[in-house]
Design a binder for this molecule. Sequence first.
Ligand SMILES: Cc1cc2nc3c(=O)[nH]c(=O)nc-3n(C[C@H](O)[C@H](O)[C@H](O)COP(=O)(O)O)c2cc1C
Length: 320
Amino acid sequence: MENCDSQPQFWLAPLAGLNDLPFRLLCARFGALGCHWAPMICAQALMHPASRLQTLKLLEWLPEQERALQLFGPNPQIVGAALEVAWELGVREVNFNLGCQVPKVTKGGSGAILLRDLPQVYAILEAMKRSYPQLHLSLKLRLGWDNYALTPLLREASNLGVERVFVHGRLGTDGFGGDLRWDLLDRAAQESSVPFYANGGVTDWESAQRLLALPRCQGVMIGRGALGRADIFAYLQAKARGEELQDSTWSGSPAQRRQRQLELLKEHLELVERYGRGPERERMHKLRRHLAAYELLGPERLQLASFRALRDLIARSEQS
Ligand SMILES: Cc1cc2nc3c(=O)[nH]c(=O)nc-3n(C[C@H](O)[C@H](O)[C@H](O)COP(=O)(O)O)c2cc1C
């Protein structure tokens, strides 16, 4: 903790398929940063007439929200052209993805696999900043693809106009499991010429503290740990201030924690009803991806087909 100059920051990680507007608003309620980032979009998909409309549908913000998004793509011209479209939509902040390792992304040469070709990364970042010098640019990185690759990029980051980096402490070939590569993450934190944020495996105060102890680490980014537990951001903020948050899914008796998760789900459902897009069937389909994570609420939650069924379950659970 002594490594953070001031209070550490807690950011919501991009989670494709899960970080739609309702979920981001729920996390924002608990003080998460980065909730104005629309989900990751593919530069080529945005520029291709056949996929443009579908891609644009992912870009949801509240009218009063600043507009940011996460972008990926292997080609400087196409990323530049996609940024032009985004800029027209009012986007002033882009997080460029160099961390994704799913085959759908890497087989086209994007995401973490691009870390094997740093000159191409520089060309993309230069294309973005050349056209839009006022753009707020950050990077989401793995430590490398199959080897540590970040030294030159982190040292150059400031000269490239990158404002901050979020580093997931694994290589692309590591996937999402196993322990973080602590030695490499420590090295990345030391090499960064811009504010450094660590990511990977934060589910409680102990795991957050371990990342926050990295050299000059300004904060952590949380993905899976926020699913079903959006209050993790408020909980960690309180812990960082040396306080205990009484009302959270971490504190109190099992019954109180279950009650807290029930309230979170109720709020999540309200946000989906109010801000979700498309017919109820589609919105419920998206919400179902989250329901697995509300694990304190019992197996019945996994079988629900409508808002009404979910509301009934919540009402029954409140009485029991
Ligand atoms: C379902 C899922 C979707 C993800 N989508 C994205 C994404 O769109 N962009 C991105 O940079 N990382 C994505 N990630 C990676 C997370 O942002 C994060 O780096 C990773 O899950 C490790 O952090 P965590 O242990 O806190 O979840 C995704 C991860 C998961 C599990």
